[in-house]
Write a protein that binds this ligand. Structure first.
Ligand SMILES: [Zn+2]
Ligand SMILES: [Zn+2]
Length: 259
């Protein structure tokens, strides 16, 4: 801060400081007393409980003095964009149902010209405040969007970390969409390669029959029964590192992992 003040906040120094993550923005003039850290946001987002709670409905770029977390926000050209489910925080505007993971075309949603494709890693039924235009990558079935495109490597690479967002939503009690239709065959949630990675992540198995699965003792089972917001996970210590997921109806998927 001293450095910045002495040199009258040159743009370069401010940019360097911002890029180091020391502060998101330093916009106060050097003579205006203590610097206030302004955090840039764009699009609607929840307001932290400590700042009053509820939803901020400002769609354009704006600032707050509170920080954004790394799981529910992505960087959109210097501003935090909320990628979670706003209904979980009391959003009462127009909403659209989605099931499972999907891309988020932030520039399209915000109607700006700054290309930005992010990904939603929320398992199971959830809401967003935007619809999807007609495109080969989404199928609208029974009023719910299912992602049926080919996930890019960016989605796959960030998946182990970003799937932790589910730990944020699982405990939140709110009215999720009830999606009872059969998902399209190409839905990402039905693709074995995108089911649970080696990390202990609860995976939703589409239309799993809540049946009994008999397994040898040295096997990890992850079974999820996709009634809205109900997740059942069973873990048994493994040395072999084999994952079994319960698939649609009678289908059982077996995936060999690492030791
Ligand atoms: Zn806001
Ligand atoms: Zn989503």
């Amino acid at each position: 801060m001293q450095l910045v003040k002495r040199f009258g906040l040159p743009a370069l120094a401010a940019a360097v400081i911002a890029s180091l993550g020391v502060a998101s923005a330093l916009t106060a003039p050097a003579s205006a007393g203590p610097l206030i850290t302004q955090v840039h946001y764009v699009g609607i987002h929840p307001i932290p409980k400590s700042a009053g709670g509820g939803i901020c409905y400002i769609e354009g770029p704006h600032v707050h003095i509170y920080e954004a977390d790394k799981l529910q926000y992505r960087d959109h050209h210097g501003a935090h964009y909320f990628v979670g489910d706003p209904v979980a925080y009391g959003y009462d505007g127009k909403r659209y149902a989605y099931k499972g993971h999907h891309p988020i075309h932030v520039d399209m949603i915000l109607a700006d010209d700054q290309p930005d494709e992010e990904y939603c890693y929320i398992d199971g039924p959830h809401f967003h405040y935007y619809a999807q235009p007609e495109s080969p990558e989404f199928e609208l079935v029974g009023d719910a969007y299912f992602y049926v495109g080919e996930p890019p490597k960016e989605y796959v690479e960030a998946r182990p970390v970003m799937m932790k967002i589910n730990a944020v939503y699982t405990p939140i009690v709110y009215e999720r969409p009830v999606i009872t239709v059969q998902p399209p065959a190409a839905w990402i949630g039905l693709r074995a390669e995108f089911m649970a990675p080696a990390a202990a992540v609860a995976v939703e198995a589409p239309h799993a029959a809540a049946g009994v699965v008999v397994v040898p003792p040295s096997v990890t089972i992850r079974a999820a029964v996709p009634m809205p917001s109900v997740h059942i996970g069973v873990g048994i210590g493994v040395s072999a590192g084999v994952g079994v997921g319960v698939g649609a109806g009678a289908g059982v998927r077996v995936r060999h992992g690492h030791r």
